[in-house]
Ligand binder design. Sequence first.
Ligand code: HEC
Length: 154
Amino acid sequence: MKKLTFILALSFVVITGTSYAYLHQVPISDNENISMYVPGDDPADAKFPEGAKIYKEKCVACHQLTGLGVPNAFPPLKGSDYLLTDKKRAVKQVLNGSNEEMIVNGAKYNIPMPFQVNTHEDAVHVINYVLNAWGNDGGTITVEEVKDIKIVRP
Ligand code: HEC
């Protein structure tokens, strides 16, 4: 009987100790690679509100709230060399979509992306947002610079 009480007491200590440790774990590290902006807390949301709105309606499903995309399927926008080296190409990407192989940060993607917006204004809004969200420092582009992009619909 004494032994049973001892075992019960010991299990209690182990179980509560484990839950305590679990509850007090810090889930998000401040390591640059896994830190993320909480939605609405990203400075880009206030700077580019129209673009943030379009992003949350149309792009999150694939590129995710974190902008990290999904490995082997949807490329990242956060820190994307492909996005950051050519703003005008990015505007064209959301206006007309694409169906070609692309290398983003050294990884290959080739699932088609359907067109997302119907006006040069909306395309510029959302691209200016992604150029500056998640700590991206990609500058901005104007409607003037992209108005010669032809909208192509299948
Ligand atoms: C249905 C999923 C899906 C949606 C929704 C989507 N994308 Fe994409 N995106 C993709 C895929 C897949 C690719 C790669 C396309 C290819 O290989 O032709 C891509 C590529 C890109 C690229 C170029 C590659 C890179 O990562 O820099 C940009 C920029 C981009 N998308 C921005 C956006 C924006 C902005 C939106 C919302 C307005 C959006 N996408 C909505 C799936 C999606």
